[in-house]
Write a protein that binds this ligand. Structure first.
Ligand code: E4P
Length: 187
């Protein structure tokens, strides 16, 4: 599964990229507004994918853009049939918003499962980008269900790295290493 960072903070992107596990970045107007920087100056790369919302006009725009070879990520997907329509219109990605469904007592991951089954049935090449990821368990579920990508805030990416037993284990190894005679530590 590809891992994307959901942010408009260039420092977070640089940091995550330095870890060697980052496949891409998503952003949205709310994240850009929070950052308060000129996004148009930052997004100049040739491999940008356009986000289009899942509305009627959006479907028309997806059809037009995709027929011109411009890749589209259909955003604000909250049901499997919405994703089906987006894929039929030619979207390269669909973004089911898992966390926002959970927020209103729907199991967000259910639609990721349904979309995976539908796309596999008809061999749609459209990639499933699990969005609105709020915690490490969402990442595990997205990977188990076969989402192609999970996009997450920096805080979730950091949380995935950490485990208290890793930290305790490392401290113990370092302490025990110090106990060895100087001669042995040199090898
Ligand atoms: C996806 O591309 C969106 O930017 C994002 O995942 C929305 O997440 P939120 O529901 O936490 O705002």
């Amino acid at each position: 599964m590809k891992i994307f960072l959901d942010t408009a903070d260039i420092n977070e992107i640089r940091e995550a990229n330095s870890w060697g596990i980052l496949d891409g970045v998503t952003t949205n107007p709310s994240l850009v507004a929070k950052e308060g920087k000129d996004i148009m100056r930052r997004v100049g790369a040739p491999n940008v994918v356009i986000k289009i919302p899942m509305i009627r006009e959006g479907l028309r725009a997806i059809r037009t853009l995709s027929s011109e070879g411009i890749r589209v990520n259909t955003t604000l997907i909250f049901s499997a049939p919405q994703a089906l329509l987006a894929a039929k219109a030619g979207a390269s990605f669909v973004s089911p918003f898992v966390g926002r469904l959970d927020d209103i007592s729907h199991v967000g991951m259910d639609i990721v499962r349904d979309i995976r089954a539908i796309f596999d049935n008809y061999d749609y090449k459209c990639e499933i980008l699990a969005a609105s990821i709020r915690n490490p368990l969402h990442v595990v579920d997205a990977a188990r269900l076969g989402a192609d990508i999970a996009t997450m805030p920096f805080s979730v990416l950091e949380a995935i790295i950490k485990h208290p037993l890793t930290d305790i284990g490392l401290q113990r190894f370092l302490k025990d290493w110090e106990k060895l005679p100087q001669q042995m530590r040199k090898g």
